[in-house]
Design a protein around this ligand. Structure first.
Ligand SMILES: NC(=O)c1ccc[n+]([C@@H]2O[C@H](COP(=O)([O-])OP(=O)(O)OC[C@H]3O[C@@H](n4cnc5c(N)ncnc54)[C@H](OP(=O)(O)O)[C@@H]3O)[C@@H](O)[C@H]2O)c1
Length: 217
C-alpha cells in the first residue's frame, strides 16, 4: 500500500466532465500528478499545469497510474470496462457513478445490485473501489477553508485499495469513511438519489452533501 499511496499519481478518465474537471482540480491542488483522457484534452499538446498530463489514448492515460478514476456516466463505465480489460490489470479502479433514473431521484439498478458490482464483474482483476459518488459537483467548488467539510464514503472488498483511496480523499480536502465491502455501493448509490430527491422536494440549492455528526455526550 505505501508504495502506491506515496506514488501520488492518479488517472482521471472523463476529465473534461463536470465531476472529472473538479476531481482533477482538487488532485492537482493537493500536489498529485494527474493523467487524463477525454475528447477535449486529448488533442491539446500543451498544458499550463505542469502536473496535468493529457493523453491521446485510453491505454496511455492508464499506464502511468496505480489508481484510475472513471469520471464517466454509468453506460460509459461499462463500455470502458470492455475497452480496458487488459490494460487495467490489478490497478485500483474508482467508480464514482450514480446509475440514476431520468427523474434523478432513484436508480435504474434492481434491488440487491449496484453499478459498482456490475463493473467489478466486468473487471474481475481490478481492485474496485466505490467513492466520491455521494458528493455533488458543487461540493468540489466549496473550499475546505470555508468551514464546510464534506464526507464521502468508500466501499470495496479490498481494504488496502480502500485505504489508498482514503488517503487521496483526505489529501483532496474531503473526509472519507470506509463503510466496508463493495456491496455497500448499493446503499451509497441510492444515497445520492435520496439526496437529489431531498433537494428537489425542499428546493435546496448550493452544495449539498452528507456529513456524519458525532455529538460527544
Ligand atoms: N454531476 C454530479 O454532481 C455528480 C455527482 C456524483 C457522481 N456523479 C457521477 O459522475 C459521473 C460523471 O458525471 P458528470 O456529471 O461529470 O458527467 P459529464 O459532465 O457528462 O462528463 C462525462 C465525462 O465522461 C466522458 N465520457 C463519456 N463517455 C465516455 C467514454 N465512452 N469513454 C471515455 N470517456 C467518456 C466525457 O468525455 P468526452 O467529452 O470525451 O465524451 C466527459 O468528460 C457519472 O457517472 C455521474 O453519475 C456526478
Amino acid at each position: 500500500m505505501s508504495s502506491i499511496s506515496q506514488n501520488r499519481t492518479v488517472t482521471v478518465i472523463g476529465a473534461s466532465g463536470v465531476m472529472g474537471s473538479r476531481l482533477c482540480r482538487r488532485l492537482l491542488g493537493a500536489g498529485y500528478t494527474v493523467h487524463t483522457f477525454d475528447s477535449v484534452h486529448r488533442n491539446s499538446t500543451t498544458s499550463s499545469e505542469p502536473l496535468l498530463i493529457c493523453h491521446k489514448t485510453l491505454n496511455d492515460a492508464v499506464a502511468p497510474s496505480d489508481v484510475v478514476i472513471l469520471a464517466v456516466p454509468y453506460a460509459a463505465e461499462l463500455l470502458l470496462a470492455e475497452q480496458l480489460t487488459t490494460q487495467i490489470g490489478h490497478r485500483i479502479v474508482v467508480s464514482i457513478t450514480n446509475p440514476l433514473t431520468p427523474t434523478l431521484d432513484d436508480v435504474v439498478t434492481p434491488p440487491g445490485e449496484s453499478a459498482a458490482e456490475h463493473l467489478c464483474m466486468l473487471m474481475p482483476e481490478a481492485r474496485l473501489v466505490k467513492a466520491f459518488n455521494t458528493l455533488s459537483a458543487a461540493a468540489f467548488d466549496v473550499s475546505p477553508d470555508e468551514g464546510h467539510q464534506f464526507d464521502t464514503f468508500i466501499a470495496s472488498d479490498d481494504a488496502e485499495a480502500a485505504h489508498v483511496v482514503e488517503q487521496i480523499i483526505t489529501d483532496m480536502g474531503f473526509r472519507p469513511w470506509y463503510v466496508g465491502c463493495l456491496k455497500h455501493s448499493r446503499t451509497l448509490e441510492r444515497m445520492s438519489a435520496l439526496l437529489i430527491g431531498i433537494s428537489q422536494r425542499y428546493e435546496l440549492d448550493g452544495a449539498l452533501g452528507w456529513h456524519v455528526v458525532q455529538a460527544k455526550l
